[in-house]
Design a protein around this ligand. Structure first.
Ligand SMILES: [Cu+2]
Length: 181
């Protein structure tokens, strides 16, 4: 085979691998546009002088009432009595039944993104004088920030794409060195 054909083959191979890598990565891209919490009442870390009547969480995208969960727990991780959350557009409200005693609380939520992936997170607030705020031993475990369950998949996909490109690059380099001899 004349060596003049090799650059064209190399280019074709790299082009093919890049196309393959993009084909693997691109379909996953829309999945990265997940719903996320934008504002809340109470705000995260708020210290309230009076117990809240309700918790309102507002998200970046519309919520599906069927898959919107909100739970308020106290420092002993006991769920506080509340009605079922009501959803209106991008907001969800949880009406609390009765006054929360002074102390620290966690609001945990789980909603579903338009692509079907669950998004969950938590925030905290306290009721009463700041000195009554939950002590570290009393406080709920560190509130996890919002997360999407399929993030590792995106990472794997990116790693696969990077590997394909590296293989293509290495192969092209090797071909060039062989030709140079
Ligand atoms: Cu997703």
């Amino acid at each position: 085979m004349p060596s003049s054909h090799r650059p064209a083959r190399t280019a074709a191979l790299i082009g093919g691998l890049v196309t393959l890598a993009l084909a693997v990565v691109l379909p996953a891209a829309p999945a990265w546009a997940h719903n996320e919490l934008t504002t809340s009442t109470p705000t995260d870390g708020a210290n309230l002088s009076a117990p809240p009547r309700q918790v309102v969480l507002t998200f970046a995208q519309r919520l599906d009432p069927r898959y919107t969960q909100i739970v308020v727990t106290d420092g002993h991780r006991e769920p506080m009595p509340a009605k079922l959350p009501t959803v209106s557009g991008m907001s969800a409200s949880l009406d609390l039944e009765g006054d929360l005693p002074d102390g620290g609380y966690t609001v945990a939520y789980r909603v579903v993104s338009p692509d079907g992936h669950p998004v969950q997170g938590a925030l905290t607030f306290s009721v009463g004088p700041p000195t009554n705020a939950a002590s570290p031993s009393d406080a709920p475990v560190a509130a996890p920030s919002a997360s999407a369950s399929h993030l590792p998949v995106a990472v794997v996909v990116a790693a696969v794409a990077a590997t394909l490109l590296a293989v293509a690059g290495g192969w092209a380099l090797r071909r060039n060195r062989v030709r140079a001899r």
